[in-house]
Design a protein around this ligand. Structure first.
Ligand SMILES: NC(=O)c1ccc[n+]([C@@H]2O[C@H](COP(=O)([O-])OP(=O)(O)OC[C@H]3O[C@@H](n4cnc5c(N)ncnc54)[C@H](O)[C@@H]3O)[C@@H](O)[C@H]2O)c1
Length: 354
C-alpha cells in the first residue's frame, strides 16, 4: 500500500492506494463510531457482501446509479436518512462508489451537523484517479453541473484498484478522460501513457497511473485548495467537456475526452500550444476515444450546446471563455477567448472528430 498526504491550511487527508488499502485501513476507521455508508445500486449489487462484512449493521443508503441522481433531492433524501439513523458529530460517512457517490456523499457530510468526517472509497477509475481526492463536493441543479457544493476534504481516501476488475470497459475509458488530463499537465504521466507497452486497461499499469495522478493532484490542491490560481490547471478539457456532457448526455469522462481534444485543437490554432507536442496529445486522445466506441454523439447542435459554457462557473465574468489548456510537455496555461471566437473555433474542429 502506498500513502500520499494532502495537506491544506486546515486539514490533512491521507490517501492510501493498493489492493490491501481496505483491509489495512478500514477496520480501524470503522471501529468505535457510528457509521453511515452511501453507495449506488450497481456497486451495492456487486459488493453487498463486502460492505456487510466490513460495516456489519451500519445503515447503508443505496442511491440509484447515474449522474441524473446527483441532485438536490437525492441530497435531501440522504440527509434525512442520516438524521433518522441518529448520526452525531463524531459519526462517519463512507462514500463507496464512483464520482457521483463521492461528490454527493462529500457534500452530505459537509452539511450534516455542519460537518462530519467523510471517508472516500472510490470504485470507478475516474473516482480513483481524480474525483475522490481534493475535496470538491457538489450536486447538479437546474441543468448546471456541480453548481451547489462545498470544498470539504475527506479525512481519508482508500483506493483499491481491485474494484476495477468489475468496471465495464466504457467506464475505463471514462477514467482515461481524467488520466489524459494529467498527461496534459505532467511530463512523467504523459511519457508513461505515450510509451506504454501494455494495454491501457492493464490493472498494474492503471494502478501506477492512479498513484502518479493522485500525487500530482494532492500537490496542486495542497498549494491551492480553493482554486484561486494553480488548481485551475485541473480543469483542462472541462469547460467544453461540461457543455458536451449537459447537452449530449455523454458521461463526464467521455465528455472530458472530447473537451480536451477540442480545447487542444483550439490552443494549437491560437498558437498557445506547441504544435508537435499538441499533435502527440491529440493522438493519445484519439486512441482513448476509440475505446468501447458508442455511436458517435450528435454534435449537430454544437453551437447551441456550447452556449452552456457561458454559465460555466470557471469563467471570470468578462464575457470571455476561460480554459486551462496544454502548452508544451509538462506545461499548461490559461486561454481566454471572446465567446463568439470560442464557439466558431470549437465548431470548426468538431468535424475532425469523425
Ligand atoms: N469532485 C471532483 O473533483 C470531481 C472530479 C471529476 C469528476 N467528478 C464527478 O464525478 C462524476 C463522474 O464519476 P464516475 O465516472 O465515477 O461516475 P459514476 O459515479 O456514475 O460511476 C460510473 C458508473 O460506474 C459504476 N461503477 C462504479 N464503480 C464500479 C465498479 N467497481 N464496478 C462496476 N461498476 C461500477 C457506477 O455505478 C456507474 O454506473 C461526475 O458527476 C463528475 O462531475 C468530480
Amino acid at each position: 500500500m502506498k500513502e500520499i498526504q494532502l495537506k491544506t491550511a486546515t486539514q490533512t487527508a491521507k490517501i492510501c492506494v493498493g489492493d490491501d488499502a481496505l483491509a489495512l485501513r478500514l477496520p480501524g476507521l470503522i471501529a468505535g463510531q457510528q457509521n453511515f455508508v452511501l453507495t449506488d445500486t450497481n456497486v451495492y449489487g456487486l459488493y453487498k457482501d463486502t460492505l456487510k462484512w466490513y460495516f456489519g449493521d451500519a445503515p447503508i443508503f443505496v442511491l440509484e446509479a447515474g449522474e441524473e441522481n446527483k441532485t438536490f433531492s437525492s441530497l435531501g433524501a440522504i440527509l434525512q436518512e442520516m438524521t433518522k439513523a441518529g448520526l452525531h458529530r463524531t459519526s462517519r460517512l463512507f462514500a463507496v462508489g464512483g464520482g457521483v457517490i463521492g461528490d454527493i456523499g462529500g457534500l452530505a457530510s459537509s452539511l450534516y451537523m455542519r460537518g462530519i468526517s467523510c471517508v472516500q472509497i472510490p470504485t470507478s477509475l475516474l473516482a480513483q484517479v481524480d474525483s475522490s481526492v481534493g475535496g470538491k463536493t457538489a450536486v447538479d441543479l437546474n441543468g448546471v453541473k456541480n453548481i451547489v457544493g462545498a470544498f470539504y476534504q475527506p479525512m481519508e481516501v482508500l483506493v483499491s484498484p481491485a474494484f476495477l476488475q468489475t468496471l465495464p470497459q466504457r467506464e475505463i475509458k471514462c477514467g482515461l478522460g481524467e488520466i489524459i488530463k494529467y498527461c496534459a499537465l505532467d511530463k512523467g504521466i504523459f511519457e508513461k501513457v505515450a510509451n506504454a507497452t501494455c494495454e491501457w486497461d492493464n490493472v498494474d499499469f492503471l494502478e501506477s497511473l492512479i498513484v502518479d495522478c493522485i500525487a500530482y493532484k494532492a500537490g496542486v490542491v495542497s498549494r491551492d485548495e480553493k482554486e484561486t490560481g494553480e488548481r485551475k490547471c485541473l480543469n483542462v478539457g472541462h469547460t467544453t467537456g461540461h457543455a458536451i456532457e449537459l447537452s449530449t448526455g455523454l458521461s463526464h469522462g467521455e465528455s472530458v475526452l472530447y473537451g480536451t481534444y477540442l480545447e487542444t485543437c483550439l490552443a494549437i490554432e491560437k498558437g498557445v500550444c506547441e504544435k508537435e507536442y499538441g499533435k502527440k496529445l491529440l493522438c493519445i486522445l484519439k486512441k482513448a476515444l476509440a475505446i468501447a466506441p458508442v455511436s458517435k454523439p450528435d454534435f449537430s447542435g454544437i453551437e447551441i450546446d456550447l452556449q452552456k459554457a457561458k454559465s460555466d462557473k470557471k469563467n471570470v465574468g468578462d464575457g470571455k471563455i476561460q480554459m486551462a489548456v496544454a502548452k508544451a510537455l509538462g506545461e499548461w496555461t490559461l486561454l481566454s477567448l471572446p465567446f463568439d471566437e470560442y464557439v466558431a473555433g470549437t465548431t470548426q474542429f468538431v468535424a475532425s472528430l469523425a
